[in-house]
Design a protein around this ligand. Structure first.
Ligand code: FES
Ligand code: FE2
Length: 357
C-alpha cells in the first residue's frame, strides 16, 4: 500500500510502467528515480540488462542512485561499499568475510521494449501476468523517429486515461469542429482496442483520418493515425504517486523519403498532439472524480472503460471496500498557488490590502 494518500477512490493500478527511456540509462550507470510513491534506483549491468530496485541500502539506508556505482552485474552502495545483485541479494561486504543474507533489496521485474525501460508495479508484489507487446514498426526502416516528449501532470493516471473514450471534449477543449467518432471500443483482458474516425484540419483542407489505439494495460498505449500520413505514437504513463503522473510520448512517422520532410511532418504531428495534451492538463488537474457521472446518451464508453480499468486494482486493500455511498465526489486538494484570488497572494493582496500596514 502506498504511503501517499490518494485523492481518488482508488490508488495506483498494477501493470508495466515506463521508468526511463532506454537511451537514458547506459551500461554501468545508476540513476535515482521516483515512481509508485517509492524512491528507486535504476541501473544497467555490464550485460546490458536494466534493473529497478528500492533505493535504500538495507545496511544503513544510503540511496543507491545517489553516488552508487555498478560493478559487473552488481550495484555498489556509495556509503560502505556493500554490493547487491539484480535479484537484490547482498553479494559482498568488502570489509567482512561473510555477506548478510537478510540484507535484501526489493527488485521490480523489468523489461525493455519500444525504446522504454518498463518496471512491473503491483502493490502486493505479485508477479507480472503479461508482457508489453513489441511494436515491430519502430525498428523498421519505414518509420522515422522517435521524437520524444514528457510531462508531469498533477492528476491520477486513470483520470487521464479516461480522456481516450471522451469524444465530446474535443469540441470544447481542443476546438475541433468535428469530434472523433468512436466506432469500436473493445476491452480484451489487460488490453483494450479502440477505433475512431476523425477529421484532421490540414493546410490543404480537412482530411478524413482513422485512429487505432491499443492499450497494453494502464501504462502503455500504442496509437496509430492514418489518413494524411501514417503516424505512430507510443505513449507511456507512469504513476509518480496516486495523485501525479508522468506521461512520455514517442512519435514516429512513416518515412516520406528525405530526412527534412520526415522531420517537419513529424514535428507538425507531435506539436498537435502535445497541444491537445497541454489543453487537457488544467481539466485533469482541477476536476473532481465523479463516481457516478451523469452521462449523455452519446457520450463515449466511460463505464466500459472504468470496468476494464478496475481489473488493475484487483486485490488491492484500498479498493476492496467499495466506494462509500455517502461519498461520490472526489475533488482535488486546495492549492492556493492555483487559485485566482487568495488573500496574501500577489495581486490579491495589493488589490485589497493596499492600505493595510
Ligand atoms: S549504507 Fe549501504 S553499505 Fe552502508
Ligand atoms: Fe483531450
Amino acid at each position: 500500500m502506498s504511503t501517499v494518500e490518494s485523492r481518488y477512490p482508488f490508488s495506483m493500478p498494477s501493470g508495466w510502467f515506463a521508468v526511463a527511456e532506454s537511451p537514458d540509462v547506459e551500461i554501468g550507470q545508476t540513476k535515482a528515480i521516483y515512481y509508485f510513491a517509492t524512491h528507486l534506483v535504476l541501473w544497467r549491468d555490464e550485460t546490458g540488462e536494466a534493473h529497478v530496485q528500492d533505493a535504500f541500502c538495507p545496511h544503513l539506508g544510503a540511496h543507491l542512485g545517489h553516488g552508487g556505482s555498478v560493478d559487473g552485474c552488481q550495484v555498489v552502495c556509495p556509503f560502505h561499499g556493500w554490493k547487491f545483485d539484480g535479484e537484490g541479494n547482498n553479494t559482498e561486504i568488502p570489509y567482512s568475510d561473510r555477506t548478510n543474507k537478510k540484507a535484501r533489496i526489493r527488485s521490480f521485474p523489468t523489461l525493455e521494449r519500444n525504446g522504454f525501460v518498463y518496471a512491473w508495479y503491483h502493490p502486493n508484489d505479485e508477479p507480472p501476468t503479461w508482457e508489453v507487446e513489441a511494436v515491430a514498426d519502430i525498428d523498421s526502416d519505414e518509420f522515422y523517429g522517435p521524437k520524444r516528449w514528457t510531462q508531469v501532470v498533477q492528476a491520477g493516471i486513470q483520470e487521464m486515461g479516461e480522456n481516450a473514450v471522451d469524444s465530446a471534449h474535443f469540441r470544447y477543449v481542443h476546438n475541433v469542429a468535428d469530434v472523433p467518432e468512436i466506432i469500436r471500443y473493445e476491452p480484451d483482458g489487460h488490453r483494450s482496442y479502440m477505433e475512431s474516425n476523425q477529421k484532421f484540419p490540414t493546410p490543404r483542407g480537412v482530411v478524413n483520418g482513422q485512429i487505432n489505439s491499443t492499450a497494453d494495460g494502464p501504462g502503455v498505449s500504442i496509437v496509430r493515425f492514418n489518413g494524411i500520413i501514417d503516424t505512430l505514437l507510443v505513449t507511456a504513463s507512469t504513476p509518480i504517486d496516486p495523485n501525479q503522473t508522468q506521461t512520455r510520448f514517442n512519435f514516429y512517422v512513416r518515412s516520406l523519403g528525405d530526412e527534412a520532410t520526415n522531420s517537419s511532418v513529424g514535428d507538425a504531428f507531435a506539436n498537435e498532439v502535445i497541444k491537445q495534451f497541454t489543453e487537457d492538463m488544467p481539466i485533469w488537474e482541477h476536476k473532481a472524480h465523479i463516481v457516478r457521472p451523469a452521462l449523455a446518451d452519446n457520450d463515449g464508453p466511460f463505464m466500459k472503460f472504468r470496468r476494464w480499468y478496475s481489473q488493475f486494482y484487483a486485490g488491492q486493500s484500498e479498493t476492496e471496500t467499495p466506494v462509500s455511498v455517502e461519498r461520490t465526489v472526489f475533488p482535488p486538494p486546495y492549492w492556493p498557488d492555483k487559485m485566482d484570488e487568495v488573500p496574501g497572494k500577489g495581486t490579491a493582496s495589493v488589490k485589497h490590502g493596499g492600505s493595510a500596514l
